[in-house]
Write a new protein. Sequence first.
Length: 510
Amino acid sequence: MLTRRKFLVTAAGTLSAMRLHAQGHSNVRVALAIPSGATGPHMPIDFVGLSYEVQQLADPTFFSAQNSGLIREFKALSSTGVLRLGGNTSEFAYWKPTPDSPEPEHPQVREVVGEPKAQYYGMTVEAVRNLSNFLQATGWTCIYGIGMGTNTPARAAEEAVFVAETLGDRLQYFQIGNEADLFSHHLRDPKTWSAKAYLEEWLALARAVATRVPAAKFGMPDVASNASWLTEIADQWPSIQSPPRVTTLTHHYYFGGPATNPDVNIPNLLKPATMQKVQNTANIASAAASKMGARVRMTEGNTCYRGGKPGVSDVFAAALWSADYSLLLGSNNYSGVNLHGGTGKSVANSVGGSLPGDALLEANGETPEQIAAHPHPFYTPIATFGSDYTLEPVAYGLKFAGSFSGGTLLKTDFSTKLQDTEVDATAYAAKLPGGHTSVIILNKDAAADLDVELDFGRGVSGAVETEILHAPALDSREAHITTSTKTDSLKQGKCSVTVPHATGLRLTLV
């Protein structure tokens, strides 16, 4: 069995290859001024997050203190992350407080392509207790998803009581319902389902939970893509008497899909127009959150929906995308990002039983052994290869962006300056908790290298440490974050660096 580790090469060799590859390209020059005042949004220390299907808890050994390999990779990604449990499968879970608790009667649902089949499973005391131990071992907290599609207020409240007591301060808030804007496909009558109908149902469930757990906090509505629901709910919120405590407005985001869609490709994933659409959604979400006195979190998303696309989701291009996507949301005052993943089985179950990416590889003539060498699902940040867990490229991008966690972003004119160069690149700056200034430059361009002069201010001095996010090529099945052993010093407050094409660079003034 091939593993991600077998793809790794030495950092020194990779950096040498990058320098050689960069030769022969004309470099584009740009000057960026770094403001001294930390006037932008604060990026929480727990900004980095992962999202898993609730059904993952059906195996109580997965999120447990005994799963040392998974704990290792969670801690490698972040020491203070947020695990979100939800997904399509959450709508078919039911609370099973004792081994002999009977399965409740379930409402009729429709079976449609791309949505999970009605395969019900019980959430057990053992799974929640093991989850608590897992969170303690990783240092992470949890957003816990309770089903809405086939649930009742009484069962939701009973589950919430045990979860709150067991997770304690590791529980951030409850999320009731997953992608309710798509319930009209298979769980509700499309003629009557709306944001208003959702809010009425949600209030019944949330109030039942809050009655039993008075300190309960909530995130909502966790829409798949219809950002107008955020606006509608925010507009209706002032008319709700004694509303449950909502701390976070939540939504999902996938660049495109499914895997068979030819428009899901590396150039489209990385082009500026893709991030402009992200910004448009962020504008809507932020305005709605402001009305409700809440923040926004992207609680489930990735490159390509229904399990990802091989050659796009599991390559280095996904690392550059996730770094840029995360930092863009951070600059829009989001509280965090949860990239979706898990085991191939759990995600396949969430989308009807199979991953379209597998069919794509089979059609391209790949053998079962070759297909097994890909992560499943293809977009997962942490892949499972037998008993081994490994960080995938998309996770390295999230980790790179997460280096700003706990800092305050600086308001800059970077985007305007870089647009003028016509190079596909972005840059962000932050004042870190220790007071150091750090800059991340992401050169997503497939060909053009970028010469950057950074101006921290004439009176500023100090050494500059460098980290690089890199791989041999955009379509490489690997990613690395390498810290330079050499430090440079500012000269009259300035330093100059070259950011090769298809590379991320982080410079920190120490």
